[in-house]
Design a protein around this ligand. Sequence first.
Ligand SMILES: [Zn+2]
Ligand SMILES: [Zn+2]
Length: 133
Amino acid sequence: MSGTHTGSCLCGAVTFEITGDFDKFFLCHCSRCRKFSGTAHASNLFSSDARITWLSGEDKVKPFEVPGTRFSKNFCAECGSPLPRQRGEGVMVPAGCLDTPVEIKPDAHIFFADRANWDEHLEDVETFDQRPG
Ligand SMILES: [Zn+2]
Ligand SMILES: [Zn+2]
């Protein structure tokens, strides 16, 4: 059984399809993921054998690697949104760029010791369905 997911960047220039199933779902709090995402953690889905098909805007997909590390990401050259990236035989997909539901729940918070100092018990913070007036 093989699932299919679709996704897009914020400006809509880049759209894609992921064929295959996700094996792992990690919330990464490392400093690089915090920089790249602009928030508390990256939320990345991994698959060992899925494939990315770019449906539009493949020419806008810009790769970035931190020199001397294995940290590598794709993003939209137009709007900066994180995008999926092929990793060896598999793929890494930032969960937020998907437009279809994800079947699996996050497996773990990783690099949790590197988290931001405000990233503590966030589930206890008051919630609103809109921006409060
Ligand atoms: Zn874009
Ligand atoms: Zn990370």
